[in-house]
Design a protein around this ligand. Structure first.
Ligand SMILES: Cc1cc2nc3c(=O)[nH]c(=O)nc-3n(C[C@H](O)[C@H](O)[C@H](O)COP(=O)(O)OP(=O)(O)OC[C@H]3O[C@@H](n4cnc5c(N)ncnc54)[C@H](O)[C@@H]3O)c2cc1C
Length: 640
C-alpha cells in the first residue's frame, strides 16, 4: 500500500523542492557529493520500493590534488607541461576509462566493449537507476523536483533575464540526463550538421551523421532511409490519442504550415506527431539501451558514486583518473585512453581542474597548467523556452489525471502492463517553423502538452489547460562556464548569457506571436478558454519581451563548451576525432563537443555523436555517407 501511495504521489503531482532556500540546497548537494553523492540508505529504500530494475524492464516478471609542479613549454599557440601527476603504484588498469554513465558514456561503454580486447572502466558520480520514478515515463517531473538523481545546477544571475538565477537540472545517475529528460526524440535539421562541418568538424556533415542516427535506432515504424531498424535505442510514436494533440497538429496546418509525417526524416519543417525514447511503456534511457547489454559482456566495470576529481598526466599524456568513492581517494589507469563524457558542465570543469583551459584563469586558482586551451568552458549555448498556456473548456487535459482515484488507476495499470497514461511523457505533438522570411530552415520549435507545467513541474496545474513550450533553436547568445575554485565539488559558475543579442529577443517575441496565431485556429474552437500566459493584457512588443524575461526557462540543452574544431581555431577544444588538442590519450565525447547547438533536442544528437566517436576510437572506417534527400521550402521569401 505504501508502494501504491508513493507511486501515485510521484505520478503526475509532484512535491516541491524539499529545501527552503537555493543556497541551502546547493550546500546540501555539495555535502552529498563529498559523501559520495546521496546516501546508500536512500538508494536501498528506493530499491525496496520498486523491486529490481529488471522487473521494471520486464512487465511479465513484475508482479588531494597532487601538488607536484613541473615546467611549462609553449609549442605554437599551445602550452605544454612536463609535470608528472603523481600516480599511485598498483592502481587498476583498463584499456579505456570513461567519466560519466550518461547519454554519451553508456554508448561508448557498449560500443568499445564490443571488442573483447578492450576493457572499460565507467565511473558515474550518481547511483544506479533503481527507481520506478525514472522508468515510468509520466513520472519524470519527480526527479526534476528532487535532488537524488539530479545535479540541480543554477546559472549566475542573468543580466537580460531580470537577473534571475535559472534552474538547470542535469542527470546524476546511470543514464545521466537521458534518465531525467522528457524522452522527446528529435535529431535536429540536416543543415545543422552541414554547418558543423563548415565550423571545422570535418567528417560531421549530415551525410556523415545520418548513418549513425540510423545505426543507433530501432524505430517502431520500421527502417527506411532515415530511420534505423536494428539499433539499441528504441523509439516510438505517441499513443495517448489526446484530442488536444490532434487539435494542435491541425491548427498548425490551418495556420498555413505543412504537415510532416516524420520530423526526423525527410522533412523537419511542419507540425506532426513526435517520436519518444520509450520502449514498451518504459523510458529507454541509454542505461537501458546501451549499458545493461554491455554489462553482460564481462569486460565493462561500471562503478557508481564515483566522483572523478582530476585527470592524471605523465608529461602531456593522460594516463588515468583520480576519483573519490565512499570518502576514499582512488586512482584508475588507462592503458589507451581517458574519455570525458561528464556532459556539457562537467567535461570542461574536469579539464580545467586538471590544468587544461585558459592558462591565466587556471593560475589564478593555483591549478598547474598542462595545456593552455582558452576555449574550454566558452561557447556555452542553450535553448531558451517560453510557455504559452491556454485554459481548456473541456475536461480532456491531464488535469483529470490528478485526482487520487485516477492516479491510482494509472499507476496500477502501468505497473501491471506498462500501458496507459503512465507510459508516455505526453510530449506527443510538436512542430518546427521558420520565424520569418529569409530563414533557411526552421529556427523555432514547438512541444505541445495537453496539460500545463509550472516551475519545472514543481508547481501543480490548477485547472484544465494546455500549453506549448516554444523558443528559438539557433540562439546567437554565447555564454561561458568558469571554475569558482579548485575544489572539484564546487559547482562552476554558469553564465549562458541568455537574450544578450537583439536577434534572440526578436525570435522569442516572434515565437509567442506565431503561437497565439496557431492557438486562434478553428481546430481549437471546441477547447479554447482564456489565455493564461502571457495573458491577454500582454500585447505590445515591450510587454511580450518583459514576459519572456520574467518567465522563460532553460530548455535543458546546455552544450558546446568543449567545441570540436580545426586546430587553427584558437577556441577549439577537441579535433574532429574528439581528441583534446595538445595532449595525448584524452578525448571528450558528449554534448559539450558540439560546435554549435542543433535545431532540436540534444539527446539523439549526443547519442549519434557517441556512436560515431566510438568507431573513430576503435579505428573502424566510418559508415558510408547517406545520400538521402532533404526537404527544402518552396520559397524563403515568405515565412510559411
Ligand atoms: C530535464 C531535462 C529534460 C530534457 N529533455 C530532453 C528531451 O526530451 N529530449 C532530448 O533529446 N534531450 C533532452 N534533454 C537534453 C539531453 O538529455 C542531454 O542533452 C543529453 O542527455 C546530454 O548527454 P551527455 O552525455 O552530454 O550528458 P549527461 O547525459 O548529463 O551525462 C553526464 C554524466 O556524467 C556524470 N558525471 C558528471 N560529472 C562527473 C564526475 N565528476 N564523475 C563521475 N561522473 C560524472 C553525470 O552524473 C551524468 O550521469 C533534457 C535534459 C534535461 C536535464
Amino acid at each position: 500500500m505504501v508502494l501504491v501511495r508513493r507511486t501515485m504521489a510521484g505520478l503526475l503531482r509532484l512535491p516541491g523542492p524539499t529545501v527552503a532556500t537555493k543556497a541551502h540546497r546547493i550546500n546540501q548537494l555539495t555535502q552529498g557529493v563529498r559523501k559520495g553523492v546521496g546516501s546508500r540508505q536512500d538508494e536501498h529504500r528506493h530499491e525496496n520500493l520498486s523491486g529490481s530494475v529488471e522487473n521494471i524492464l520486464n512487465p511479465a516478471a513484475s508482479a588531494s590534488r597532487s601538488s607536484s609542479r613541473g615546467s611549462v613549454q609553449y609549442i605554437g599557440q599551445r602550452q605544454y607541461s612536463t609535470r608528472s601527476s603523481g600516480t599511485k603504484a598498483g592502481a587498476p588498469e583498463y584499456s579505456h576509462v570513461i567519466v560519466g554513465a550518461g547519454s554519451a558514456g553508456c554508448v561508448l561503454a557498449n560500443r568499445l566493449s564490443e571488442n573483447p580486447d578492450n576493457t572499460v572502466f565507467l565511473m558515474e558520480a550518481g547511483p544506479k537507476d533503481h527507481t520506478w520514478t525514472i522508468h515510468m515515463p509520466s513520472a519524470m517531473r519527480y526527479n526534476l523536483a528532487g535532488d537524488k538523481y539530479n545535479w540541480c545546477y543554477h546559472t549566475a544571475p542573468q543580466k537580460h533575464m531580470d537577473d534571475r538565477e535559472m534552474y538547470w537540472p542535469r542527470g546524476r545517475v546511470w543514464g545521466g540526463s537521458s534518465s531525467l529528460n522528457a524522452m522527446v526524440y528529435v535529431r535536429g535539421h540536416a543543415m545543422d550538421y552541414d554547418r558543423w562541418e563548415r565550423e571545422g568538424a570535418v567528417g560531421w556533415s549530415y551525410a556523415d551523421c545520418l548513418p549513425y542516427f540510423r545505426k543507433a535506432q530501432t524505430h517502431e515504424l520500421g527502417p527506411d532511409d532515415y530511420r534505423g531498424g536494428e539499433g539499441p535505442l528504441h523509439v516510438c510514436r505517441g499513443k495517448s490519442n489526446n484530442p488536444l494533440n490532434r487539435a494542435f497538429i491541425e491548427a498548425g496546418q490551418q495556420a498555413g504550415y505543412p504537415y510532416t509525417d516524420d520530423m526526423n526524416g525527410y522533412q523537419q519543417e511542419g507540425f506532426g506527431e513526435m517520436d519518444m525514447n520509450i520502449r514498451k511503456g518504459v523510458r529507454w534511457s541509454t542505461a537501458n539501451a546501451y549499458l545493461r547489454p554491455a554489462l553482460k559482456r564481462g569486460n565493462v566495470r561500471a562503478e557508481v558514486r564515483c566522483v572523478a576529481t582530476r585527470i592524471l598526466f605523465e608529461g602531456n599524456r593522460a594516463v588515468g583518473l583520480e576519483y573519490l568513492q565512499n570518502g576514499e581517494t582512488k586512482q584508475v589507469r588507462a592503458a589507451r585512453e581517458v574519455i570525458l563524457s561528464g556532459g556539457s558542465i562537467n567535461s570542461p570543469q574536469m579539464l580545467m581542474l586538471s590544468g587544461i583551459g585558459d592558462a591565466d584563469d587556471l593560475r589564478k586558482l593555483g591549478i598547474p597548467v598542462v595545456q593552455h586551451l582558452p576555449g574550454v568552458g566558452q561557447n556555452l549555448q542553450d535553448h531558451l523556452e517560453a510557455h504559452v498556456q491556454q485554459a481548456c473548456t473541456q475536461p480532456v487535459t491531464l488535469y483529470s489525471a490528478l485526482s487520487p482515484h485516477r492516479m491510482l488507476m494509472i499507476g496500477v495499470r502501468w505497473f501491471a502492463t506498462r500501458t496507459g497514461l503512465g507510459a508516455t511523457s505526453h510530449m506527443e505533438a510538436g512542430g518546427f517553423i521558420r520565424s520569418r522570411p529569409g530563414v533557411e530552415h526552421p529556427d523555432v520549435q514547438y512541444h505541445f502538452l495537453p496539460s500545463t507545467i509550472n516551475d519545472h513541474g514543481r508547481v501543480a496545474g490548477k485547472q484544465h489547460a494546455y500549453q506549448v513550450h516554444v523558443g528559438p533553436m539557433r540562439p546567437t547568445s554565447r555564454g561561458y562556464l568558469k571554475l569558482r575554485s579548485a575544489d572539484p565539488h564546487a559547482h562552476p559558475l554558469l553564465n549562458p548569457n541568455y537574450l544578450s543579442t537583439p536577434q534572440d529577443v526578436l525570435e522569442m517575441r516572434l515565437s509567442i506571436k506565431h503561437t497565439r496565431e496557431i492557438f486562434a485556429q478553428k481546430a481549437f474552437d471546441p477547447f479554447r478558454g482564456a489565455e493564461i500566459g502571457p495573458g491577454h493584457s500582454i500585447q505590445s512588443d515591450k510587454d511580450i519581451d518583459a514576459y519572456v524575461r520574467q518567465h522563460s526557462e532553460s530548455g535543458y540543452h546546455s552544450s558546446c563548451t568543449c567545441k570540436m574544431g580545426a586546430e587553427s581555431d584558437s577556441m577549439a577544444v577537441v579535433d574532429a576525432e574528439t581528441r583534446v588538442l595538445g595532449v595525448e590519450n584524452l578525448r571528450v565525447v558528449d554534448a559539450s563537443i558540439m560546435p554549435s547547438i542543433v535545431s532540436g533536442n540534444l539527446n539523439a544528437p549526443t547519442i549519434m555523436l557517441s556512436e560515431k566517436a566510438a568507431d573513430i576510437i576503435k579505428g573502424e572506417p566510418p559508415l558510408p555517407k547517406s545520400t538521402a534527400p532533404v526537404y527544402q521550402p518552396e520559397t524563403l521569401d515568405a515565412q510559411r
